[in-house]
Design a protein around this ligand. Sequence first.
Ligand code: DQA
Length: 144
Amino acid sequence: RKFLVINGPNLNRLGVREPAVYGRENLKTLERNLQQLAEQQGVHIECVQSNHEGVIIDWIHGADENFDGIVINPGAFTHYSYAIRDAIASISVPVLEVHISNVHKREAFRHESVTAPVTAGQIVGLDIYGYELAILALLQKKGE
Ligand code: DQA
């Protein structure tokens, strides 16, 4: 089984970006943790990051045929990208949305996700561990 982990805009700045909000771990650590999990679980995980909406949309489309599930943190696109929402709605593999910070205790504009309603579920506020939990949840789904 293969899973695609997509990190959106500014997540390449993890570790240096607002550490009080997003923690001190960087994207490399996040991705290394996921590779360790992949080994443990005997699955394949591919990790990608982009600051560009269209690139993220192309990855979502491409994943429909090549992956068994997607874990996505759309960053700020979460709150206003109907294009990413429509891309998620256009595919049939399960998508889980992850947010590192607890968006609900932050600014009001972060409380709404336009993408969450077309995903299978959402994990928020569990730091970078949320990505690992999302992969485990996708594995569980397949086993149902
Ligand atoms: C985020 C939350 C978003 O509101 C923000 O724009 C991000 C990161 C998170 O992981 O907590 O870029 O998606």
